[in-house]
Design a protein around this ligand. Structure first.
Ligand SMILES: [Zn+2]
Ligand SMILES: [Zn+2]
Ligand SMILES: [Zn+2]
Length: 301
């Protein structure tokens, strides 16, 4: 089953992701220590952000390896959906961390501490270098969609550290300690913005929403117009992880259809679904009489 012609094997080696994970995790520890040492809540916000990144990278790396096992009798869809579970766990951790930081950063706007600007400058330079290196490493490691997304994200992180660098240089020359909580709030709101989007996407996958970019009525219409098909219904569209889409449908065929005709017809229907972006389709064929038995206006069986 795992080697069906219509199942595309994942070709990522995941080495780039693994390196980025260990770099990020080590750097998160440095940031947490550095955040307390400098008394900077902006650095702690970035530490939280990088903790979230480490979790995401760890989850992506682990499940990339796991998904190579393919389908098993217990997990008949393979492990793709586990990625979504990982995204939800990471999201919950980040929301909790963000709320914790905001409850400290917002009051600190009126009552800022005395963050150590010089130490912040060193940490920010380190942040730019480490995130830049990680982005470069992931980009070199592979070119899968996953790796491109991670690489872009790490580049955004470099910009976050540039903001902390600029803020700490200003604080080094001028007595403006509120810049630290202001940066912290900005970084934390940026984290929350990303997390809410991620949780929304993951939630839609869990409740079996139709995949983004697939037009239900268009696909249904095109199935109905496949030569030899007189009706198409019970079309279901769902996605395992936002990238691997599945479909099932009932196709009504004329009573006189031969097995050879049925086979060709099935290939035509399958290519309609494949063109629409569906990787795995399950099609059920039925006669007009059967269809009459479960039309919406008659009791379902
Ligand atoms: Zn199959
Ligand atoms: Zn990040
Ligand atoms: Zn049916």
């Amino acid at each position: 089953m795992a080697n069906d012609h219509h199942h595309h094997a994942a070709g990522d080696n995941g080495k780039g992701v693994a390196t980025a994970f260990f770099l990020n995790l080590a750097f998160t520890v440095v940031e947490i220590i550095g955040g307390f040492w400098t008394g900077s809540i902006a650095i702690l916000s970035d530490a939280l952000h990088d903790l979230g990144d480490s979790l995401s990278l760890g989850v992506a790396w682990y499940f990339q390896r796991l998904s190579r096992k393919g389908r098993t009798p217990n997990f008949t869809y393979g492990y793709k959906r586990f990625n979504t579970l990982g995204a939800i766990i990471t999201g919950v951790v980040l929301v909790a961390g963000s709320v914790l930081i905001l409850t400290r950063a917002v009051p600190a706007l009126w009552d800022p501490g005395e963050p150590e600007a010089e130490g912040m400058i060193y940490l920010a330079i380190l942040g730019v270098v480490v995130n830049g290196a990680a982005a470069f490493r992931v980009r070199k490691g592979g070119d899968s969609l996953n790796e491109r997304v991670i690489s872009w994200h790490l580049l955004e992180d470099v910009l976050g550290w540039v903001a902390v660098l600029v803020g700490s240089i200003i604080m080094y020359f001028y007595d403006l300690p509120w810049i630290d909580p202001a940066l912290s709030i900005g970084i934390t709101l940026y984290i929350l913005y990303g997390v809410v989007q991620q949780l929304w996407k993951a939630g839609k996958i869990i409740v079996q929403a139709a995949p983004e970019g697939l037009d239900y009525s268009d696909i249904e219409q095109r199935l109905k117009s496949v030569a030899g098909v007189t009706d198409a219904h019970h079309l279901h569209l769902w996605t395992l992880d936002g990238q691997y889409h599945l479909a099932s449908a009932h196709l009504v065929v004329e009573d006189a259809t031969s097995v050879a005709d049925l086979r060709e017809l099935k290939e035509r229907a399958r290519s309609v679904l494949h063109e629409a972006g569906v990787e795995h389709a399950t099609l059920e064929f039925e006669t007009e009489e059967e269809w009459a038995g479960h039309r919406p206006d008659t009791p379902d069986v």
